[in-house]
Design a protein around this ligand. Structure first.
Ligand code: SF4
Length: 357
């Protein structure tokens, strides 16, 4: 399934705009210290907690940890926010993460450094087109990835994260169900290959993971033959074929800790290096190449929207009036149904759903 070409062009322009404005600023140490202290004081005063994603900058992740917040994948972020006693959640990530937190905890105030922090998967799956696509295939179960808007979640039968996608689709295939999968085509292809399920894929992609190059990784493997390759399943199939482990962000961190290798080539957003180095300090991590022959490196393994979560912006998070995440209550209730289905399924499997973005 493809979007109309004018819509694709609009999305490309939006993506390019954010890429062009995603330069990270460097702060002087004294300036950074002052900002951190200011944010800490406001968090206390506002009874707020930072809920950050693995792909945010190290300064954001360390501040979240220092102040009793969490650094995790998108689902765990939502769960943490739900269970924490704070009345305000400051979500440092991208918009669908703020929305998921709001859906799971509608009674809390959810703020983000900026609501402009979005995701190419979310942008590439507008509800009007997606709903029309689903309506054309009413016999299929609709399975959507967490990286979608509240409206797309509300149209789905299931929401999944990357760590439980295989189990859910396998379960549906065993029951003879056909599936619509959205929005990430690479993850969808991976799930289809692994489960053999009958899946119709939406044509979306993550601009960060899509840039990893199999040829560059193969070259790097020749230089470091002892290195294991860890890849996120949003990467293209040729990259996954070279991987020693394919998994979600949480599964990648676990693999780095548990595998015997001392060196790893990592195909996911480089924000994850903060946690990798923290959890496996005696090991070496190399980012997988994003540039290949004839390639244009658009992301350099660094999500431009995650990069919008800067300390200066975070310092103003309580003073602005354009950064609260609001979800229409009726829509939130509808979106909660497929989210709850996934959580209940995971509980039945007696496993932790440690998913991404
Ligand atoms: S890294 Fe990819 S999937 Fe994650 S938020 Fe950025 S664009 Fe979306």
């Amino acid at each position: 399934m493809s979007l109309a070409s004018d819509k694709l062009e609009t999305i490309r322009r939006q993506v390019q705009y954010h890429l062009d404005h995603a330069e990270r600023k460097r702060l002087a140490p004294a300036e950074e210290r002052e900002l951190r202290e200011r944010i800490k004081a406001r968090l206390q005063r506002e009874n707020a907690v930072i809920v950050a994603h693995y792909y945010t900058a190290p300064a954001i992740q360390s501040l979240a940890e220092e102040t009793g917040g969490c650094v995790s994948d998108s689902l765990e972020m939502a769960r943490f926010g739900h269970d924490h006693s704070a009345t305000t959640l400051v979500v440092a990530g991208v918009r669908f993460m703020g929305e998921t937190a709001k859906i799971l905890t509608p009674h809390k105030r959810v703020l983000m450094p900026t609501l402009e922090a979005t995701c190419s998967l979310d942008l590439g799956c507008p509800i009007e087109d997606f709903a029309a696509f689903c309506d054309q295939h009413p016999q299929r179960k609709v399975v959507v990835y967490a990286n979608t808007s509240a409206a797309v979640k509300a149209r789905a039968d299931w929401v999944v994260t990357s760590s439980i996608a295989l189990d859910v689709v396998e379960h549906l295939a065993e029951r003879g169900e056909q599936v619509i999968w959205a929005p990430d085509k690479h993850l969808g292809e991976y799930v289809r290959r692994e489960t053999g399920a009958d899946m119709l894929l939406w044509d979306g992609a993550c601009i960060v993971h899509e840039e990893f190059k199999a040829r560059g990784i193969a070259d790097l493997k020749r230089v470091y033959p002892d290195a294991a390759v860890l890849a996120h399943p949003e990467s293209p199939a040729a990259v996954l074929e070279l991987a020693d482990r394919v998994g979600s962000t949480t599964q990648i961190i676990r693999a780095a800790r548990e595998m015997q290798n001392r060196r790893f080539i990592v195909a996911t957003d480089q924000g994850i290096f903060y946690k990798l180095q923290q959890q496996a300090p005696d090991k070496e991590f190399i980012i997988a190449p994003t540039a290949g022959e004839g390639a244009t490196c658009r992301s350099c393994a660094n999500c431009p929207w995650m990069a919008m979560n800067e300390l200066e912006v975070l310092a103003q998070v309580f003073d602005r009036d354009d950064n609260e995440v609001l979800v229409d209550p009726a829509l939130g209730e509808q979106a909660m149904v497929p989210l709850r289905r996934m959580l209940d399924f995971a509980a039945r499997l007696q496993r932790d759903v440690k998913g991404r973005a």
